[in-house]
Ligand binder design. Structure first.
Ligand code: HSE
Length: 335
C-alpha cells in the first residue's frame, strides 16, 4: 500500500514538473571528447574544455520532434529521424512514456567527422536537456544510454566512450556495456591535451569497418597491459607510465593510413615532449597528452608547424581535462 502511494505520489510529482517546464526552453552545452586514448578502444575517453556543441530545447504539448535550425554546419539533416539529436530525444520520450514533444535548435561548435566526439556531444546535450525538461527522471548512466542511441544512428554502433565523458566530464572508463558500468577515473592535475584536426572528415562507420573482427591473443595481451598501465598511471599521477601506456596495437595500424601526415604529426608531438600521441576517436584528429600547459604549448606549436609544412589546413586546440561535462548555459523563460 505504502509502495503504491509512493508511486502515485512520484507520478503526480513528475507530471507537475513537466507541466511547469512546458513552453520553457533551456540551453545546454556539451564538450568535445578524445576517445580510445590509444589503448582503450571503445572503453575510455576524456572531455575537453573546447570546442563544444550547444542545444536549445523546448518541451511542447504537441508530440513529435522538430529541429528548428542547425547553425555552424551545413551538411547535417534537420529530419529528426536522420539526426543524432532526434534519435536521443525520441528515445528519452519513449523511455519516459511521455506523450509530449520537443522543439530543438542546434549550434555545432564541433565539426562532424573530426574524431573529437561531434555526434557524441550533440547526443550528450540532447540526453541531458531532455532529462531536465522531463523532470530529472534519468540518472547520469541512463542519460549515457540515451545518448548512445545517437551514436548508434551516427556510426551504426552504440559506443559510449565519447558520450560518457561528454556527460560526466573528466576521464571515463566504460568497464562494461551489458550492463553499463561507467567508472570515473582520477585526473592527474597537470594533464594537458592537444588536438590537431586536419580539415578533412572520416566517417566513423567506415573507420570501424577497417578493424579486424578478431585480434590475436598476443596483441590483446599487449593492449590490455597498456590499458591497465594507463589507469594505474592516472591514479599514481605517474606521467611517465601514462606516456608508456599510450600505445595502440588495435586501431592505429588499421586507421592511420586514412590520415594524411599522421606519422609526421605523431613524431612532431613526441619530439616536442608529449607523453604520448595518437588518433583521437576514429580520426582524423590527432591528440597528444602532455605534462603541464607549457609543455602542451610546445607540442601544439610543433604539431602546427608540421601541418603548415605539409600544406594541410587544420584547427588546433589546447585544453585541460574538462571537469564538469555537459551543463546548463542559462534558462530562457517565456514572456
Ligand atoms: N571508439 C570509437 C571508435 C570512437 O574508435 O570507433 C568513435 O568516435
Amino acid at each position: 500500500m505504502q509502495m503504491l502511494l509512493q508511486r502515485v505520489y512520484l507520478q503526480i510529482y513528475f507530471q507537475l514538473s513537466i507541466i511547469n517546464m512546458m513552453g520553457k526552453s533551456i540551453r545546454v552545452k556539451a564538450p568535445a571528447t578524445i576517445s580510445n586514448l590509444n589503448c582503450g578502444f571503445d572503453v575510455i575517453g576524456l572531455a575537453l574544455d573546447e570546442p563544444s556543441d550547444i542545444l536549445e530545447l523546448e518541451l511542447t504539448e504537441r508530440s513529435g520532434i522538430e529541429i528548428t535550425g542547425i547553425k555552424g554546419c551545413a551538411g547535417l539533416s534537420q529530419d529528426p529521424d536522420k539526426n543524432v539529436v532526434g534519435a536521443v530525444l525520441r528515445a528519452a520520450l519513449d523511455r519516459a512514456g511521455s506523450r509530449y514533444g520537443f522543439k530543438v535548435s542546434i549550434e555545432k561548435g564541433i565539426r562532424p567527422g573530426s574524431g573529437i566526439g561531434s555526434s557524441g556531444a550533440s547526443a550528450a546535450a540532447a540526453a541531458f536537456a531532455a532529462n531536465r525538461l522531463l523532470g530529472n527522471i534519468f540518472s547520469l548512466v541512463e542519460q549515457v544510454m540515451l545518448a548512445m542511441e545517437g551514436e548508434r544512428l551516427a556510426s551504426g554502433s552504440a559506443h559510449a566512450d565519447n558520450v560518457a565523458p561528454a556527460l560526466f566530464g573528466g576521464i571515463i572508463l566504460v568497464r562494461s556495456y551489458e550492463p553499463p558500468d561507467i567508472v570515473e577515473l582520477h585526473v592527474p592535475p597537470e594533464l594537458s591535451c592537444v588536438v590537431v584536426h586536419p580539415e578533412s572528415e572520416i566517417n566513423t562507420s567506415v573507420a570501424r569497418g577497417l578493424l579486424e573482427r578478431e585480434i590475436p591473443l598476443t596483441t590483446a595481451v599487449r593492449q590490455w597491459g597498456n590499458l591497465a598501465g594507463l589507469v594505474a598511471g592516472l591514479y599514481r599521477e605517474d606521467y611517465e607510465l601514462i606516456g608508456r601506456s599510450l600505445v595502440d596495437y588495435v586501431a592505429e595500424p588499421r586507421r592511420s593510413s586514412l590520415i594524411t601526415g599522421f606519422n609526421e604529426l605523431k613524431s612532431a608531438a613526441l619530439n616536442h615532449g608529449a607523453l604520448g600521441a595518437g588518433i583521437s576517436g576514429s580520426g582524423p584528429s590527432v591528440f597528444a597528452l602532455c605534462r603541464g600547459r607549457e609543455s602542451a604549448s610546445r607540442v601544439l606549436e610543433g604539431m602546427s608547424e608540421t601541418m603548415r609544412s605539409l600544406g594541410i589546413a587544420f584547427d588546433a586546440y589546447l585544453s585541460p581535462v574538462n571537469s564538469h561535462g555537459t551543463h546548463l548555459c542559462r534558462k530562457i523563460m517565456p514572456e
